[in-house]
Design a protein around this ligand. Sequence first.
Ligand code: PHB
Length: 552
Amino acid sequence: MPVPHDDAPAEAVGPLLRGVAVLRALTAASQQQLSLGDLARATGLARATTDRIAATLARLGYLRVDGRTAALAPALMEVGNAYLASVRLPDLLGPIADRLADTLDESVSLAVPDGAGIRFVHQATRRRTLSLSFRIGDLLPLERTAPGPLFAALWSEDDWRAWSARGPEPFPALPQALGDVPDLRVRALAAARDGWALDDQLIEPGLVALAVPVHDATGALVCALSVVSHTSRHSAPDLRAALLPALADARDTMEAVLRAPTGRTGQATSAASPCTGRTATAAATAASKDELGADFIESLARGLLVPTAFGAERPELSLSAVAEATGLARATARRALITLEHLGYVTTTGRSFRLTPTVLELGYAPLSRLSLAELAAPHLADLVTQVHDSASMAVLDGHDIRYTARVAASRVMSVRISVGTRFPAYATAMGRVLLAALPVGACDALLAGEELRPLTAHTLTAPAALAAALDRARADGHAVVTGELEDGLRSIAVPIHAADGRVLAAVNVSMHTARRSLDECRATVLPALRAAAARIEADLAVAGRFAPTPVA
Ligand code: PHB
């Protein structure tokens, strides 16, 4: 994938173009990681340039560089989040789509047109073994989908010409060998006449989809609402007969929301702060430059600040508003916007700028597929490097904790535990943190059915003693268990919270008691453990903003 900047306007920021090329190459790579050498080859950039870009992107939190390997990092999703927040469709319409999915027990999605494709901005997915499941940010070829003809129904002759001249775009979400596709013009005419469109197994054998258009208060088509099923449940004609009324009802509810005053895409307000939660500004990039020197490409970092200036209260911004929000000089902000427009990430109407769904191509779909355990793994590895003892993540599963991630310290004496291992929650530090987070009634009910067996001579087996230990875990925000699961083993654990405050998992460090006293453990391990938990929670907040992160 050579760097696409031959046709870039003269004022475009070269380093920003090259940085985006690196992010796109990593998005296209299997596992979203490449050696720095392969990254240089994939982008056509010089190796030294690639290294400096990778160092800059790593500093921004968008890449993780481990030795010679670069991988996309979840913080990059804040760029896509800025688009999703600013377009407001997921926030306003997502809950209605979720309710429809529950009612129908089928997958429901919202998609917008994006060049020669449709891109998903919301997914309410029912897990089925038989079909593909798509994520927010996935792009499908428009002519193979149900929403496609609805969008094409509004095309001008220029749009059709652009469509005919389209290049061979990659569609990474698409399965390989696909059959013939019916004429899009014919389907677009039918969609305009009927107000709905079907995909009868054009994406994948067995996959059928039905879509209707959703309009805003001005009558503009803003997205398509689709229900996706499988031929084992509905043939395509049957899907339309059975589900069109419910789909049309949900669409009417969505259009009513978009007509309500809060549903309008508000005018840009210049005073509000960007919604991304990051305080990244020009001042921060300058500080990074001071620290990293020649390895930090400030113009790339500055350019990537621009998308995060957009948000729910700031869907459209003038050049001055972008400069103000980012702290960039007007001329710098202008060149960044020109570059982003060239890349297709920004569009202009008059004097205002908006993000486009194409920014979601920067890693959004693959990063949103990461589970909580996968988000946690690099942070647990960093923690192990700091404390030289093993670190793990576990979830509550009935009366047990179940390990979902584990990074072993490379010491001969380390405890052998692997992902999937279960232990009784009451006798472990992670279990106590997880039990302590349950509503009191639920915790009592869970423990009422459980015999507290002594696993060692130290296991707390008196219900009152366990209740006191859980109270302490609640008050302290951590739990320590020494020798209750196994003699000589100490574990210290803290909870992992979702952005809404729910405890989803626990992380711990486990060690032999001879390694540190209890006080030393609290003094040295706990701060490192808490910091790792905070980094995991920060990734989770970005990754889970619009799509629930799979927990295990
Ligand atoms: C489609 O193939 O048209 C399709 C697939 C998945 C969706 C929506 C539409 O969520």
